[in-house]
Design a protein around this ligand. Structure first.
Ligand code: C2O
Ligand code: CU
Ligand code: CU
Length: 487
């Protein structure tokens, strides 16, 4: 029996082959979709996919940039006040080509904000685009009016001050656009940057710091023949991985330990990373340090997930080259260029995890895709900004079971992200999580057919926050819901 969706897909893709990936079904449906009140006509495929790409250049011929650290516009009573414009500009991503991008502050990766635990930071964003935009500080514990809710946008020409109290332990956060239904395209075009919280309580650990603490944003992209970024929400196999905004750069390192803060800022694809021949020691995840270092040979990072790893390049002589591989191929080369003293270390114990109170509420979150309506659903519903899906008592500890039921058509991956709080992964398919998933997390990858249980305590703020799939093509097609924290 051929189902309706099978017919539709087969009709639109006649002769397309045996295994048709889910993305192609969605693309076919989107092309046929005539109206959709939620989607305002955005997000339909951007015309034929380019046959080729502008040249990405000779591998390892461009040095990996490190995003600049933001400098406060002013400091008043110890509060840093930053000012960052949201602009449309052109930057060099591919050699010799100016690519139009959307940007926080003018670069493809926005300026890195370095904050400190317990110290308030204000960031003022001026929207110089001709469309609404906003800023969400991913992984931060902030009041709802500063969280960058999808409906709470900065209109063109407007500006907005976000307040970040940084009442959380040291970690690697990032900021990105979260504007209703345009978040995927905005982030794809460059609205992303790092926000690092340094914690004085971690200084005694003597982890690598200063120039030896390097944020590295990896993200998939597709370029057309002219070198423009090509955005199509149904493009599920983007071939180019940009590393701090460059394809296959090299990075000169000293023969000593480095802390590498890896972020997958892709809007859709997970990344699987291996460091050719050198061990990586994972010391932190989304919400901060792990209780103890975890040696890893392969890292799977879903969109928005972070891994802080320490790599000891003193295991190689100057002149050595070490390649970071992704499933698509080599993405970055470390060139050991000199000796250097190294007083840093990776202690056996890093930071104990906070105690886990007993949960009193259990909930289910089910991710699914409706291939007929091309909508991405949570618990059978598309996102409705006027609907509260979960009401949560302030202070409550809850267990949420996240299930991905999308096993059809080869399966669709999802990545669960919760605003406001960090959670703990209790189990994955009933089994204890891997060691590197036992720390504080705000985002967790859920493969087709998988169930992941997470536990969180909701405190600190009242109000409305979202949770969603962090494959932003999915969230912008409805895979988002809302919780209200109530007294
Ligand atoms: Cu990284 Cu709701 O976002
Ligand atoms: Cu977030
Ligand atoms: Cu998803």
């Amino acid at each position: 029996m051929i189902s309706r969706r099978g017919l539709l897909a087969a009709g639109a893709l006649s002769g397309a082959g045996l295994a048709i990936p889910a993305g192609e079904h969605l693309r076919a449906r989107a092309a046929a979709a005539t109206h959709d009140p939620l989607h305002h006509g955005h997000g339909t495929p951007a015309g034929p996919r380019p046959a080729g790409s502008a040249a990405t250049g000779t591998p390892f011929s461009v040095r990996m940039p490190v995003p600049p650290v933001a400098i406060p516009a002013r400091t008043h009573r110890g509060v840093h006040h930053y000012r960052i414009p949201i602009v449309s500009t052109a930057v060099e991503l591919l050699p010799g080509v100016r690519t139009p991008v959307l940007s926080y502050g003018g670069g493809f990766v926005g300026p890195t904000i370095r904050a400190r635990t317990g110290k308030l930071v204000r960031v003022e964003y001026e929207n110089q685009l001709d469309v609404p935009a906003n800023v969400h500080l991913h992984g931060a514990h902030v009041a709802p009016e500063h969280d960058g809710h999808p409906m709470d946008v900065i209109e063109p020409g407007g500006s907005r001050v976000y307040e970040y109290p940084n009442r959380q332990q040291g970690t690697t956060l990032w900021y990105h656009d979260h504007s209703h239904h345009t978040e995927a395209e905005h982030v794809f075009r460059g609205l992303h940057g790092f926000y690092l919280i340094e914690d004085p309580a971690e200084r005694h650990l003597r982890l690598p710091d200063g120039p030896y603490d390097v944020p590295i944003m990896l993200r998939e992209s597709r370029f057309d023949e002219q070198g423009n970024l090509y955005f199509d929400p149904f493009d599920f196999d983007r071939p180019v991985v940009l590393v701090n905004g460059r394809p296959q750069p090299y990075f000169p390192v000293a023969a000593r330990k480095y802390r590498l803060r890896l972020l997958n800022a892709s809007t859709h694809g997970p990344l699987t990373l291996r460091l050719d021949g050198l061990p990586m020691v994972q010391i932190g995840s989304d919400g901060g340090l792990l209780p103890a270092p975890v040696p890893v040979t392969e890292l799977l990072l879903g969109p928005a997930e972070r891994a802080d790893v320490v790599v000891d390049f003193s295991r190689r002589r100057p002149g050595s080259r070490i390649i970071l591989e992704e499933t698509r191929g080599p993405v970055l080369r470390f060139d050991v260029v000199r000796q250097a003293p190294d007083a840093s270390r990776v202690p056996d114990r890093l930071r104990p995890l906070p105690p886990m109170p007993r949960p009193t509420v259990h909930r289910e979150v089910v991710f699914s895709t409706d291939f007929n309506t091309i909508q991405s659903l949570i618990n059978g519903k598309v996102w409705d900004p006027n609907r509260i899906d979960f009401r949560i008592r302030h202070g409550a500890t809850e267990v949420w079971k996240i299930t991905n039921v999308d096993t059809d058509f080869g399966g669709v991956n999802h990545t669960f992200h919760l605003h406001l709080v960090q959670f703990r992964v209790l189990d994955r398919n009933g089994r204890p999580p891997a060691a590197h998933e036992r720390g504080l997390k705000d985002t967790v990858f859920v493969a087709p057919g998988e169930s992941v249980r997470v536990q969180a305590t909701f405190r600190g703020h009242l109000g409305r926050y979202v949770y969603h799939c962090h494959m932003l093509e999915h969230s912008s097609y409805g895979m988002m819901a809302q919780m209200q924290i109530v007294p």
